[in-house]
Design a protein around this ligand. Sequence first.
Ligand SMILES: CC(C)(COP(=O)(O)OP(=O)(O)OC[C@H]1O[C@@H](n2cnc3c(N)ncnc32)[C@H](O)[C@@H]1OP(=O)(O)O)[C@@H](O)C(=O)NCCC(=O)NCCS
Length: 163
Amino acid sequence: MDGGLVARDMSSDDLTQVMTIENNAQASPWGRLSFEESLTKSHFCRVLEVAWEHEQGQQSQIVAYHVVCPILDELHILNVVAAPQYQGIGLGHRLMHDILEIAEHHQTRRIFLEVRASNEKAQSLYLKWQFKQMGLRKAYYRRTLSNTSREDALIFMRDCTQA
Ligand SMILES: CC(C)(COP(=O)(O)OP(=O)(O)OC[C@H]1O[C@@H](n2cnc3c(N)ncnc32)[C@H](O)[C@@H]1OP(=O)(O)O)[C@@H](O)C(=O)NCCC(=O)NCCS
């Protein structure tokens, strides 16, 4: 897929595709309003899109996205998602690469994120990108249909001055 894969800024025209992925991929999906608010704030909202030639012209499909919020010399990762049917083929690494490029460009010192204690896939990805667990928020996440107790959040941080 990598040949036809491009990273670009998200726009409001992308939100139908993004919401379909979000609802299928996340335990507690964001609502459309959260994406709309991120697009109007100074957040970085980026998509990975695959494009191909078709008889009727060029076709494209969003396969992954992230939303990142800059606060002074920090970046806070708010959302990182690969479409379920395309997980496990490197899109998570591609998203992290894009986030690290943003961090480098903005001379970010530290990157923070929160991840569900049960989300081992995402934790494994973050550890590979030199994030370290530096805290825990007890019972941080709301109950979901599949998880009737409030789940802990692990706080991960990447020290970009050391990496
Ligand atoms: C987390 C997520 C973005 C990873 O995306 P992905 O495209 O599947 O990831 P990649 O294929 O690039 O794999 C990246 C790393 O994730 C981890 N990973 C991926 N699939 C895994 C699996 N089935 N089991 C364990 N670890 C896994 C591995 O560390 C992998 O690195 P490796 O391929 O070098 O071994 C994706 O699973 C996702 O969208 N999950 C739902 C939303 C979510 O939980 N987001 C994170 C919120 S904090």
